[in-house]
Design a protein around this ligand. Sequence first.
Ligand SMILES: Cc1cc2nc3c(=O)[nH]c(=O)nc-3n(C[C@H](O)[C@H](O)[C@H](O)COP(=O)(O)OP(=O)(O)OC[C@H]3O[C@@H](n4cnc5c(N)ncnc54)[C@H](O)[C@@H]3O)c2cc1C
Length: 510
Amino acid sequence: MPKQVDFLVVGSGIAGLTFATKSAKHGSVLVLTKKRKADSSTNYAQGGIAAVFGENDAAEFHIEDTIKAGEGLCHEEAVSIMVRDGPTLVKELHSMGCRFSMNSKGNFDLAREGGHSRRRIVHAKDYTGQEIERVLLEETKKAGVTISENEIALDLVVQDEGCTGIYYLDANTRQIDVIYANATILATGGVGQVYQHTTNPPIATGDGIAMAYRVGAKIANMEFVQFHPTAVFNIKIDGRAFLISEAVRGEGGVLKTKDGIPFMNKYSEAGNLAPRDIVARACLTEMLTTDSKYVLLDVSHLEADFIKNRFPTIYETCLSWGIDITRGPIPVVPAAHYLCGGILVNEWAESSIPRLFALGECSCTGVHGANRLASNSLLEALVFADRAARRVQNIKNIRFTKQRSMKTTAKIGPNLMFQIKEIMDRYVGLLRSEKKLREAEALIDGFYRLFEEGIHIINAESRNVTVVSKLVIESALKRKESRGLHYMTDYPNKNHSFTTDTITKISDPN
Ligand SMILES: Cc1cc2nc3c(=O)[nH]c(=O)nc-3n(C[C@H](O)[C@H](O)[C@H](O)COP(=O)(O)OP(=O)(O)OC[C@H]3O[C@@H](n4cnc5c(N)ncnc54)[C@H](O)[C@@H]3O)c2cc1C
């Protein structure tokens, strides 16, 4: 393992791999990833990637839809960059060998998803993320990038120049070691594992956000956690709930109560294609009023061959659990899915700490505002990784001549994952209130104090989950209104004095 590189990337999902592939021509790149290469949310993305290709579509419409979903908090310049740069980069993925679904005219087969006014979701059947991950792993190999598996980044090194590298746990020696870099790029993904019910894989423990917070980076909009309305009830694969893509409703799937009564028209004119927050709250409300643990998603009225061809993964996976979706409905529940907030970055993915970049789901570029439009997250990761790779070309080399001091006293913290997930599910879910949030705050603060200062090698993820939960709760308490994904039963309306980002920063960085 090199001890010094030009660009050090943490994470091997779409964000980290795109950056690595594109920056390899400007310097040495090392990617650290805490499990196997493809263990990422990217690998499970089903629906697709939003980009303007349709004949009746235009950048203005995609921008308008994104800003509408974001309910006043989108950073409009960032949205414009994402929408305008997106199509070229999606075409580039295609030319790299990404097998996107095509129509009979040889163009992308564009799907429709909630909140999008046009068909604009480029997809590879229902395994888009897996296809993107496969191609990007091949590209990094061609570019000569080293990806080091099973290496967990623990904390950031911050010195006079800014962020100069990371502390990580060496997989062989089980000792803390340091890698120095001219630029450090966090691409560590989301925080879904803070909740019991989540579509996110076990890697999604908010490590990058917690690391950045500990060294004093600005963190924004952590209250905006998106719950996907349709994860399969009561079935988990490798620690994550199985998602039924929004594209299923885009193709005509209908949500019904457990007694088979369609309900979405009661909640929105857009019916089953309403934005996710509305659909998720509608599902929860129906579950509470009908005293049921789930609602139903029905596609059995569609042609069986169409279902099998368009949604092969969903069809096969459900069938393996005894649910034939061509014949009957799927029991579904809302589950934590995506974080709109994260490490605050500018339009070049630079954080508030010099030489520290953040990309993909761990970053907050501001494109999602208070609510993410479906399939905009792969796009955001792709576009801002490309921009960061252009930006780092200008970064000045650090002269690593003097002896650096290394704080390597290893700490051991408790494993609190189970307790935290219970608390977050119960008090910090889809329907929040000041009382519930205060109760959660008291409990999580108690846990937070159990972790000493210093670098934790045992239960590092448990510590990060504690930090991230604390940030979600604190941010939620600051926002005394309901907007986008954040719904407070005691403040059910939008309040214009809160039309601003919620920014958090540690008062005493270590
Ligand atoms: C089931 C599912 C379906 C989805 N469907 C869609 C969709 O159709 N369209 C869409 O736009 N979005 C979708 N999303 C969201 C989208 O997939 C993610 O937002 C996106 O893939 C995040 O990419 P990323 O590169 O930021 O992070 P990830 O792909 O999650 O990668 C994070 C990487 O960081 C590594 N890592 C984390 N912590 C550490 C550490 N401490 N040390 C070393 N490595 C670390 C992980 O091992 C992993 O390699 C979906 C998400 C899920 C879970």
